[in-house]
Design a protein around this ligand. Structure first.
Ligand SMILES: Nc1nc2c(ncn2[C@@H]2O[C@H](COP(=O)(O)OP(=O)(O)OP(=O)(O)O)[C@@H](O)[C@H]2O)c(=O)[nH]1
Ligand SMILES: [Mg+2]
Length: 370
């Protein structure tokens, strides 16, 4: 059982004790301002555009909120941020648990901030929809990046459905971009449907692998290979270097069997060690080449347009579903109808139609009453 007792904020000064000289009173003021009050949408937007991380975090929390009252304020903030977004490079990173995603992001993120980039790290975590846990929850593998003032790390939102979590992450990208982050990294675990969702919100999709026992292609989902713009074999260090190079060749061969990408980009393979940082700059070079090609032939922009449409339709689908299942009559009748279908008393299609009609009728009645 979690201890619900609230802890006093570290920012609350004790009476009579002066804050340490190193602490800027202005920044304490700003942080307290955003923590204590419910800032207006305008104040949040102003904060975000000024690069204020506290305002950004508050706005993301608003976007992630399931409280319907927060929805219009969240939309207001996003709409105001939209004209200031879109100028970043969005990179998706996937790979099975333990492949080294977090360690890689730490190394890669530091490499980028050292080059003057501002990096935001987000996550889409299918397990968070069930357990309300989240990857990136423990930031221990990103010790350096967490401390870096040019990096912002946000754990995965938790939510009812993967679609909902993914949509919130998509909106969070907009907020981070408006706040001045020029590189957005989105981590997802390589299990389930989450790669597809992440693939639909990034420009470049990177699949992280490790060398196996020579059976590199075993158990790897075709769909994920097809989505990848690069396959990077991590943990290429110590005794593993040879095996990693062999794996790289295997993947390279396999990638050639896939149909060419619409963008004209030929997916690349590479090896690296997130621990020794060997090979990390090569990954960035690959991404630079990808950008040069796809911006030159416009496919970069085309893809973003398609992605925007995709998210509009996804949001409609998601909202229709939520409205349907939240409606009182449907909630009352769903279980008995499911039982009736199980017992072959009614066909699945007739049952679905009956519930959909019921939903529509009660919506019409509601409208007439309004
Ligand atoms: N030798 C070696 N070990 C690595 C490398 N990268 C990561 N590891 C180790 O692999 C283990 C898993 O690394 P994580 O970064 O937590 O992997 P992950 O993919 O984020 O795992 P999940 O968050 O569970 O999905 C840790 O013990 C790391 O220290 C590498 O390049 N070389
Ligand atoms: Mg991790």
């Amino acid at each position: 059982m979690q201890n619900k007792k609230s802890h006093p904020s570290a920012l609350n000064e004790k009476a009579g004790i002066a804050p340490p000289e190193t602490t800027s009173l202005t920044s304490i003021g700003t942080i307290q301002h955003f923590r204590k009050i419910q800032p207006s949408a305008t104040a949040l937007v102003e904060g975000i555009l000024a690069g204020n991380i506290t305002a950004l975090s508050r706005a993301i929390t608003l976007v992630e909120s399931t409280n319907n009252n927060h929805l219009s304020k969240a939309n207001e903030v996003i709409n105001a941020c939209l004209p200031h977004s879109g100028k970043s490079m969005r990179i998706g990173i996937t790979g099975v648990p333990g492949v080294g995603k977090s360690t890689f992001i730490e190394a890669f993120g530091k490499f980028l901030t050292n080059q003057g980039k501002k990096v935001a790290v987000l996550a889409v975590d299918p397990s968070s929809t069930i357990s309300h846990g989240s990857i990136l929850g423990d930031k221990t593998r990103m010790e350096e990046l967490v401390k870096d003032k040019n990096a912002y790390i946000r754990p995965s939102a938790s939510g009812e459905t993967l679609g909902g979590v993914a949509r919130k992450t998509r909106e969070t990208i907009t907020l981070c971009e408006a706040c001045g982050f020029d590189t957005i990294i989105i981590e997802t675990v390589g299990v389930g449907q989450s790669e597809t969702a992440v693939h639909s919100m990034v420009d470049f999709f990177l699949l992280l692998k490790i060398a196996g026992a020579g059976d590199e292609l075993q158990g790897i989902k075709r769909g994920i290979m097809e989505m990848a713009d690069a396959i990077v074999i991590n943990k290429a260090d110590g005794d593993n270097i040879k095996k990693a190079q062999f794996a790289k060749m295997e993947f390279n061969r396999a990638l050639h069997l896939f149909p060419a990408k619409k963008s004209g980009w030929i997916p690349k393979t590479s090896t690296c060690s997130a621990i020794t940082q060997e090979g990390i700059p090569v990954v960035w070079e690959i991404i630079q080449k990808f950008l040069a090609l796809t911006k030159e032939n416009q496919s970069f922009f085309e893809k973003r347009k398609e992605q925007n449409q995709y998210w509009m339709l996804e949001t409609i689908n998601e909202q229709l579903k939520i409205n349907f299942y939240n409606q009182h009559e449907i909630q009352n009748l769903l279980e008995p109808t499911k039982k009736a279908v199980q017992n072959n008393e009614i066909s699945p299609f007739a049952a679905a139609q009956k519930l959909l009609n019921l939903y529509q009728n009660s919506k019409n009645n509601q409208q007439n009453m309004d």
